[in-house]
Write a protein that binds this ligand. Structure first.
Ligand code: SF4
Length: 255
């Protein structure tokens, strides 16, 4: 069972980058989760995406062993190779990740990276792999895209806080499964895209402090205006309430 955030807690409270993102998206959901232990239900796991992720990691690990520039980087004139560091398996592990204790907020922030490259001058380039299937190709101009950018920025911040020199540009290696083939033939074909993102990490520490302040309060924050689920929940609650009121009046039993 996951422990809840508490002001009396002495040890730093572990906070994954996805839970920072939940706070950015909706303070109420974050409060429900960290203060009251009511977690959002898990959706189905993206096993096909995970398979692509694993294979991409394997592919880039080959260039890491050889210390050669991967073809995609070569094509884009990026002089970098996959970073060979003994802590890479830990940084990639969901339960460990790269971590930093932010004393001012009392959070131990962590995140599991996909990859990191290194330039000839020793700057680290944060990299994330994504897979999708879109007729017009992937884009970062969406709510998901904004989330991916924040993800890269938290990783950049974590590396910088761990005393690495971090390149301001991070990348998403985005592969897109095409659907123009005549038939499946038990094979998916992918086009490969590289999206640069000039990271801005200035929002992270104020967000951690805002999280602490929010959790310290007994006042539940308002729901996000963009979320359709609270709207659904409220409508469902009032519909059920009026049904129960009728049930009480008529003496029938509506479940
Ligand atoms: S608005 Fe959405 S994200 Fe926020 S509390 Fe409601 S369901 Fe959760």
């Amino acid at each position: 069972m996951q422990r809840l955030w508490s002001p009396e807690r002495e040890a730093p409270y572990p906070l994954s980058r996805s839970r920072i993102d939940l706070f950015v998206e909706c303070r109420r959901c974050s409060y429900l989760s960290e203060r009251l232990g009511v977690r959002r239900p898990f959706g189905p796991s993206f096993t096909l995406n995970n398979a692509v992720d694993t294979l991409l990691k394997r592919e880039y690990d080959r260039y890491r062993r050889e210390q050669t520039i991967p073809p995609l980087l070569d094509r884009e004139n990026i002089a970098a190779v996959p970073f060979d560091h003994p802590d890479l398996p830990a940084w990639r592990d969901n339960r460990r990740g790269i971590r930093f204790v932010h004393k001012e907020s009392g959070f131990e922030v962590f995140g599991a990276i996909d990859d990191v490259w290194i330039t000839p001058s020793g700057e680290l380039i944060v990299v994330d792999y994504k897979a999708t299937s879109k007729e017009r190709g992937p884009t970062l101009d969406s709510r998901w895209g904004e989330q991916y950018k924040r993800q890269l920025e938290v990783y950049q911040w974590l590396f910088a806080r761990n005393h690495f020199s971090v390149h301001p540009t991070a990348y998403i290696v985005y592969v897109n499964a095409t659907t123009s083939e005549k038939q499946f033939d038990r094979t998916l074909h992918f086009e490969e895209y590289l999206f640069p993102h000039h990271g801005d990490t200035s929002w992270i520490e104020p967000t951690l402090l805002a999280m602490r302040e929010t959790f310290l309060s007994d006042k539940v924050p308002p729901p996000s205006e963009q979320c359709e689920f609270c709207l659904y929940r409220n409508q469902a609650r009032s519909a059920l309430r009026s049904l129960y009121a009728k049930e009480t009046e008529s003496g029938t039993n509506v479940q």
